[in-house]
Ligand binder design. Structure first.
Ligand SMILES: O=C(O)c1cc(=O)[nH]c(=O)n1[C@@H]1O[C@H](COP(=O)(O)O)[C@@H](O)[C@H]1O
Length: 236
């Protein structure tokens, strides 16, 4: 069975050897691997070692800074050769545009493709109450998502991150080929953990998710290959 190109394993773990062994174990079944906190410990060398295994790498930096600083990051991730990187839509349109232009310029100079630049809208751990009462953003989660999706598309990003049921809500404000990354989807009966906005793997695919990000459902399983295959089966 070919590796599922819609499935991304979140490598929420810290040991370099453990991570590489898991990539080796799962790469026949999982098309993408997301590097999170391990980047802080093991840096670009770990990313290069994963890329050398001929899999796609999602570097989850969730960038959020002034445009000039984003330009430097965008060039750096393009040189590193990752396939996807996240940035916060909360940084505004100039930040996102600068990132896209800088990644394009670096890719043209190298003769390579730029990574997909994907905008984080509202983290799946944020719900209506957190949005209004803690972040002091008025209005509904749905309206905020639509507005951030439109901003990401206008800035030239390739896609956005949202919870599975939210894809249909934003379809009208983004291009048809927008790349939807959906973390937080669950198997039936699985705990929601710290996610406040979620759905099932089947719902994510039905809604048009381009890439499902799955962590604990696979990482915590006694047989991780079997768990990855179960998630893939739920997706089809
Ligand atoms: O950007 C992400 O990947 C992300 C965005 C978001 O809004 N919510 C979210 O959970 N994620 C990531 O998706 C993964 C979810 O992990 P599990 O809940 O263990 O499947 C983690 O690696 C998070 O960093």
């Amino acid at each position: 069975m070919p590796a599922d190109d819609r499935l991304c394993l979140a490598l929420d773990m810290s040991g370099r050897d453990e991570i590489l062994a898991l990539v080796d174990e799962l790469k026949e079944h999982v098309g993408w691997f997301k590097v999170n906190s391990a980047f802080t410990l093991h840096g670009p060398d770990l990313v290069r070692e994963i890329l050398a295994r001929d899999v796609k790498v999602f570097l989850d930096l969730k960038l959020h800074d002034i445009p000039n600083t984003l330009a430097g990051y965008a060039r750096a991730v393009t040189r590193l050769g990752v396939h996807l990187v996240t940035l916060h839509t909360a940084g505004g349109i100039e930040m996102m545009r600068t990132a896209a232009a800088s990644a394009d310029a670096q890719a043209a100079e190298l003769g390579t493709a730029r990574p997909k630049l994907v905008g984080v809208t509202l983290l799946t751990s944020v719900d209506q109450q957190v949005l209004n009462d803690e972040l002091n953003v008025p209005g509904s989660v749905e309206d905020e998502l639509r507005s951030r999706a439109a901003l990401a598309a206008k800035a030239g990003l390739d896609g956005m991150v949202c919870a599975p049921p939210e894809i249909p809500l934003v379809r009208g404000v983004v291009p048809d080929d927008f790349f939807f990354v959906t973390p937080g989807a669950r198997s039936p009966g699985q705990s929601d953990d710290d996610h406040r906005r979620t759905g099932t793997h089947a719902e994510a695919v039905a809604a048009g998710s381009s890439l499902l990000v799955v962590g604990r459902r696979i990482l915590d399983a006694p047989d991780r290959v079997a768990a990855a295959l179960e998630v893939t089966a739920e997706m089809s």
